[in-house]
Design a protein around this ligand. Structure first.
Ligand code: AHR
Length: 497
């Protein structure tokens, strides 16, 4: 197959908000306990934080991490996770039916985030609690001193406020599985009143209202528009959540699922704009895609083994085709950089995650670690609207799927143009002609490739480097004409200088 791409630096979509390379750590499975926190682990510091996990996360350059949930937050009393550890209560946790030890809470997570060099995207509980809990938590976290909750934080050893900037108003409140699920009207009103009061405590924070749990919900679109009618003026972002998998084993269809993501983002943006028009508002609402990933074990949680501590849960193993799908989603997110200002790969460690730890203390990286690593490290700057011409195919749920999924990011500061490209063709390599004329003569910095003859090949503790990228991509350059050969079913990063 042959494709072409025209990249002109004047065709700007938007600058990249680095927070699109965010991720998520929930009190779920072994994400916190046995993931980032494991006192006694050979690499653990004095606070029990695993340094090997920190190093793997630091390499991903994740600028923001959502915490503490997820479904977990809808039953969480933040007061149980602060203060002297020995006094913290063990409680039944009803989102995932485990026992929560509360050894890690808000302050520990803030400490950990500092070590990683990331911001925290906090969430408040709008399931079992509401306005009062939310405003107290903002006071505890962000108010300098001189009030009950800020002084309580100081008494817990945290003189400086955490100054968390971004806050989620609950989680997936439309989902029947959610503790304290709400109708759109119930939630919209509660979100509005909670947002108002949280911002009275700290006017510098920004707030994310819950969109639907997925575009597959019966109430999708009705939920968004009703909620926004009720809280538009008080919030700054609307959330989107989406997960995909190839459980039906139809890879052409699976790799086309980024078209669904594209449509989802476009639809939610349109609903936000309709709400803006109704309000005659000057504010354009931005989107927070704060849960996205491949999730194969969705709906198969081990909740029957009730009340264990940090049981293995949602420990998907990702293969080569999953990495390609993640690459397509990252490209799609970039193409919507004008509206999507935050996005969280859900999740970061052990739970549907790019990083895995084992009981023997080892750590290994999934296939999906790599496209995220590349996009996060090289996809900073300005997204260019590229003109792509590619042959297309039809799949079970999608028509006109281009074999080439691609976008370009211009890093003006360091003088790079980076092309991210997936060849969706499962049996043929692609000849790709890229015209970068507005950049003049360019040179090749590197062409990174992830390819594998076996779409189902995966990494594991025993074979951690089974599927890893290499730097031997096939690209030649003549002035401003770039010619690349993209292997069948491959993820490519072409860095031009
Ligand atoms: O990321 C796992 C779970 O998926 C989250 O707890 C929830 O918000 C979503 O349903």
């Amino acid at each position: 197959v042959k494709s072409t791409m025209l990249i002109d630096k004047n065709f700007v979509i938007s600058s990249v908000d680095k927070r699109i390379y965010g991720s998520f750590i929930e009190h779920l499975g072994r994400a916190v306990y046995g993931g980032i926190y494991e006192p006694g682990h050979p690499t653990a510091d004095a606070n029990g934080f695993r340094q090997d996990a920190i190093e793997a996360i630091k390499a991903l350059n994740v600028p923001i991490i959502r915490y503490p949930g997820g479904n977990f937050v809808s039953g969480y009393n933040w007061e149980d996770g602060v203060g002297p550890k020995e006094q913290r209560r063990r409680l039944l946790e009803l989102a995932w039916w485990t026992t929560e030890t509360n050894e890690v809470g808000t302050n520990e997570f803030a400490d950990w985030a500092k070590l990683v060099g990331t911001e925290v995207m906090m969430a408040v509980n709008l399931g079992t609690r509401g306005i009062d809990e939310a405003r107290n938590l903002v006071e505890y976290c962000n108010h300098p001193s001189g009030s009950y909750y800020s002084d309580l934080r100081i008494s817990h050893g945290y003189k400086e406020p955490h100054r968390f900037k971004t806050w989620c108003l609950g989680n997936e409140m439309d989902g029947p599985w959610q503790i304290g699920a709400k109708t759109a009207v119930e939630y919209g009103r509660l979100a509005n009143e909670t947002a108002k009061v949280m911002k009275w405590v700290d006017p510098t924070i920004e707030l994310v209202a819950c969109g639907s749990s997925s575009s597959g919900m019966d109430t999708f679109a009705y939920w968004e528009s009703t909620v926004l009618d009720l809280c538009y003026d008080q919030v700054d972002y609307l959330s989107l959540h989406t997960y995909y998998n190839n459980n039906n084993n139809n890879t052409e269809n699976f790799l086309a699922s980024s078209l669904n993501l594209d449509h989802f983002i476009g639809s939610v943006a349109a609903i936000c704009d309709a709400a803006q028009a109704k309000k005659r508002s000057k504010k354009k609402l931005m989107l927070s895609l704060d849960e996205w990933n491949v999730w194969k074990t969705i709906g198969t949680s081990r909740m029957e083994e009730r009340w264990t501590i940090a049981p293995p849960e949602c420990e998907d193993v990702y293969n080569h085709e999953d990495a390609l799908a993640v690459g397509c989603y990252l490209i799609t997110i970039l193409k919507h950089a004008d509206r999507v200002k935050m996005a969280c790969l859900a999740q970061l460690i052990n739970v549907i995650a790019p990083i895995m730890t084992e009981n023997d203390g080892s750590l290994w990286l999934q296939t999906t670690y790599y496209p995220f690593l590349h996009a996060s490290n090289f996809g900073r700057g300005t997204v260019i609207h590229s003109i792509v011409n590619s042959p297309k195919y039809d799949a079970k749920d999608f028509t006109d799927v281009p074999y080439l999924e691609a976008t370009a990011v211009h890093d003006e500061e360091n003088g790079y143009v980076t092309i991210f490209a997936v060849n969706r063709h499962l049996s043929e390599a692609m000849e790709l002609d890229i015209d970068v004329r507005s950049f003049g003569n360019v040179t090749l910095d590197r062409h990174i490739v992830m390819e594998n003859d076996d779409l189902k090949a995966f990494n594991s503790k025993a074979a951690p480097n089974n599927v890893v990228p290499h730097d031997k991509g096939n690209t030649t350059i003549d002035g401003s004409r770039v010619t690349s050969r993209l292997s069948k079913a491959s993820w490519n990063v072409i860095r031009l200088k």
